[in-house]
Ligand binder design. Sequence first.
Ligand SMILES: [Zn+2]
Ligand SMILES: [Zn+2]
Length: 383
Amino acid sequence: MPDSRSIEAAVLSDYGQPVAITRVSLDPPQAGEVWVNMVSAGICHSDVHVITGDLPLPTPTVLGHEGSGIVESVGPGVTHVHPGDRVAITWVPACGRCWWCVNGQPELCAKANDAAVSGKHADGSTRLHWHGAPLYPFSSAGTWAEAAVVPAASVIPIPDALGFEEAALLGCAVQTGVGAAWRSPLRPGDTVAIIGCGGVGLNIIQGARIRGAATIYAVDPSPVNRQLAQLLGAHFVLDPASADPLAALLELTQDRGVDVAFEAVGDPDLIALTFAATRRGGTAVVVGVPTPNATVSLNAFAFPSQEKTLTGSWFGGSYAPRDVPRLIALWEHHQLQLAPLIQHRYDLAFVETAVQELQHHPAGRSLLRITHSSGVSRATSDS
Ligand SMILES: [Zn+2]
Ligand SMILES: [Zn+2]
């Protein structure tokens, strides 16, 4: 077996600590795994939730669950990608065999969920090590690094025409957002509202537009995000700082409420607002990820008397091998926009700055640029 190598990675040692660039050790891919030299990686609010401890997953960890790069090597049994291939990395490596995969909900794959919660690969070990101890990749990915060894199911080939930065967004933001709209009860001609227009919310707007929504309302406090919302398909944007969004949405729909409303923040108060903004017989979809113990208080009478539905969407109900090629085709035919989503770029060395700025001034999606000037050097010792 080839040697482990020393690589640079952004390591979160524990909740509340800064993310620090340090050298770690990465093992070669085993059966069913792929070594990818990273080029670009996205920063998602879920990464920030791990940093703050709101999403309690094992530490120390290498964060990042979307990205793109070039395959360097593959383990036994991997046939769909080869060394030199350009690929996107995603974060729900559906096994294809568990109850959820077999019954049509691969986004809820038991094995992928177990791996995300434990931070370990299917064999119970990790490929990453730091000071000789296990280092856990976020959601079997860990893309904030010079290289990642990931399950083959997380690796999707991309065409030469698609840039690495745009491809990185396909890993989480685009699949989650577009998928949430596509798998909601949204019908052509419907009126929809999206509460929260970050990387995921902006893609719900795109998914709703592609699905044929006639009227799209978007709510976000960031002027940049409201501008992007309009660019990507929203017909009306609302600033919650200047007007009560619920009152505005009801007024805009003759007090009826929208057909389908999406919450893309993960905030209990906004989930309640989203439900209240939905018309009788309509559906509110929670896409944003709240903290594990969060609860929501809702008017129970509305469920039977108004036939309202409140539902959730995990990863947009996506199955990457099916959905990423579809999304790429939509991008090729100019129906899905990717480049405008990218608002900030940071070198990997400035990851902590990128995280801070996302927390305080969210705008579209921020990307990490990963160069290999320091070399993905061959070494056997842990750093
Ligand atoms: Zn994400
Ligand atoms: Zn499965």
